[in-house]
Design a protein around this ligand. Structure first.
Ligand SMILES: C[S@@+](CC[C@H](N)C(=O)[O-])C[C@H]1O[C@@H](n2cnc3c(N)ncnc32)[C@H](O)[C@@H]1O
Length: 213
């Protein structure tokens, strides 16, 4: 079975296996290709002093949680990650903000009931392209978990003209088919909607912030 064509349970297990080793080199390597992570935070339409509750789905090692905790000093955060190895790093990295950052080692799943209609924003940073096949149901889950007028913020790979590169990414669990933006644009009112080239066009990534009706 292809790494991007499996069941949700299979996806969860694949992530747990993949990140046993990757968690050890993640922060040393990802700066060179996960572009736009600061930009998506800056594009969130909150004042710096907002007392928002923000969920990051697939928070990984806590890179964004730590940055957001500094950037929004009165906000509180929940980070979910299916990989206990990544989550352990996130807990360590955000320990100075433990009163405002709550990290939980569990998958985000359709039918999630912890946040219904309560969140001010949901951030997916380079997680949705790895969440196959259930990416669409998790976008809809985020919509259900946002308060009316809340925001979804997504930064991720968009597409590539180079089929060998797409194959390489698929072997690393990333689906890069331009499949996310059309659904995000349909489900949310776009406030920030940008596609950018990386490495001279080897691939494109996007930054999207949308408002929940
Ligand atoms: C490429 S990393 C991104 C980490 C972080 N958001 C960042 O920008 O550095 C993708 C993360 O999503 C997590 N993930 C994948 N599927 C998930 C799911 N269904 N629920 C929660 N986390 C998931 C993986 O374990 C991994 O830590």
């Amino acid at each position: 079975m292809s790494k991007t064509n499996q069941t949700a349970e299979g996806q969860n297990r694949a992530m747990q296996r993949y990140y046993v080793l990757q968690s050890q080199i993640y922060d040393a390597t990802r700066w060179s290709f996960l572009f736009g992570r600061r930009k998506v935070v800056h594009a969130m339409p909150f004042g710096r002093q907002a007392k928002a509750h923000i969920l990051e789905v697939g928070c990984g090692t806590g890179y964004n949680l730590k940055y957001m905790a500094r950037y929004f000093p009165k906000a509180s955060f929940t980070g979910l990650d299916v990989s206990p190895h990544m989550l352990a790093k996130a807990k360590k990295q955000t320990s100075a903000f433990a009163n405002r950052v709550n990290c939980q080692a569990r998958p985000y799943a359709p039918g999630e009931s912890a946040f219904t209609g309560q969140l001010d924003a949901v951030l997916f940073s380079y997680s949705l392209t790895m969440i196959n096949p259930q990416w669409r149901s998790l976008i809809l889950q985020a919509k259900a978990d946002l308060r009316p007028g809340g925001f979804i913020a997504v930064v991720d790979f968009h597409d590539s003209p180079v089929s060998l590169f797409k194959k390489h990414m698929a072997n690393n669990h990333v689906r890069m088919d331009g499949h996310l933006l059309p659904v995000l644009r349909e489900e949310f009112t776009p406030l920030h909607d940008e596609i950018r080239p990386a490495y001279g066009g080897l691939w494109q990534y996007f930054v999207f912030v949308g408002k929940n009706a």
